[in-house]
Design a protein around this ligand. Sequence first.
Ligand SMILES: [Zn+2]
Ligand SMILES: [Zn+2]
Length: 570
Amino acid sequence: MSDNLSMTSAHLTSNARTFRPTEPMPLRALLAVAIVLSNNAYAQAPAHRQLQQLVDAHSAQFIAASHQIWEYAELGYHEEKSSALLQRELEAAGFTLQSGVADEPTGFVASWGHGKPVIAILGEFDALPGLSQAAVPDRSPVVIAAPGHGCGHNLLGSGAALAAVAVKEYLEKNRMSGTLRYYGTPAEEGGSGKIYMVRAGLFRDVDVVLHWHPSNVNVVANGGALAVISAKFTFHGAAAHAALAPDRGRSALDAIMLMGNGIEFMREHVPSNTRIHYIITNGGAAVNIVPDTATMQLMARSPSNTTLDGIWSRIVKIAQGAALMTETTMEVKVDSTDANIVPNNPLAHLAQRDLEEVGGFRYTAEEQRFAAEIRKTLPPEAGAAESPETVLPLTPIDPNSPAASTDVGDVSWNVPTIGFGAATFAPGVAAHTWQATACAGMSIGQRGMLVAAKALALTAADLFADPKLVADAKADFDNRTNGKTYRSQTDDVIRFRAELPLPGRPPASTARGSPPVHPYASASTGRLTRSRINTPKTSSPSDIHWVIERSSNRDCSWLRKNSTMKRANP
Ligand SMILES: [Zn+2]
Ligand SMILES: [Zn+2]
């Protein structure tokens, strides 16, 4: 049903665009105009022309801003110069500034006008580590290993500001009321700056939020993005000489490795579109010291917040299990979370109509050469169907299609939200690559940014002009979020210290289904290691023989403390 609606809107818009009042009109065209008038599209056409002209009039200024931010290439929460530049531009255009909002030094809100509706446009400006790259189609870092705009946020922040300035001038010229805001949102990459703005209540009075993201296609993104939890798991054990007194050590690295194993076994039993990835950021200080501290940085993602909550609690249980097995303590610190994006159908249809009206753009001969050179650095099949000239049809988000995460999701759980993608990257180029940094610093990225700025401006102006559009967006938002709760777990801390035996539970050795214990004392070596705990091939799954080798019957307090092995030790 939604696709049919989308096609109708596109058809009407296309009629409105091709009609020239000075040309003689055949009957069919007159009928078409009558249909268009009844849908208010014709009435918007001059307004949309004016908005596009305003974007064009300010484009050179904001292309220059985007290039300057591309050169600054500042990481999340360090975007001092980039944030200041955008604040200067917006202040000069007549916006009132609120800087350092939500305790974020580089966060800001620029406002113009007053009263309802309150329409907000989001801007980002942080870069990514290691993606420094000149605006050329071969791998040439400007500074080796330095940050670069591989997600095109230099375009994102500047294009959004360009749209805001054009809409402000449009509202002023046409004496229209309402409040227009630009949210300068820091640290999208890994810092989830928008979450602190949501928590500070900065979106409380906002009616609709508009955003865009650099892409290699022109598209309206109605929902999508994976909910994500990013957390640090730190285990603390006891250091000891790894050869002289390993029995006195409790290895935090062992806990990390057991946790990793647990996650790999769990991976089979989660929905297929779950993503879990981790690295060990601290695995110990020296190989001959039993590591007393070890840290795993982990991200888990799912298309749904609720599904992710369930997966997350299982991951925490695995970590607790690893702490229990190794007699270490464990602490989880949630660094950041992003929610999935709540779709909004009325906004999506409006945005689609506006994006189609703006249309894509055709590469110059030079841009074609650049894109062809970039293509040589990509897999042959990459981007075959992508073009900057067209606008993709509005289609429902497939939860199984590849996706990343964004803190726009958290905003969308609080305010009706819609987003555009614009073709700033050459076909086949994925975000977070040097190829994306290259495109974001030259005309392909900059012309894509103008498509986004125009689409944002048109949609914002439509919302200011028609209260029903805002009411419809609100109704759809209420309907989708009714009965659901939103809470970001960012900065949550979970601490776990194993108490043995577990309170309120029978010892594991007597628990139903637990393996019988068959101790084996070796007279020679004596290291309790994973490789020394074997499951004989003859065992059936219900009769697992645990073989533990150790050098003597002397102090085995650690083994005794572990109820699984208690009975086994003399
Ligand atoms: Zn990114
Ligand atoms: Zn991004």
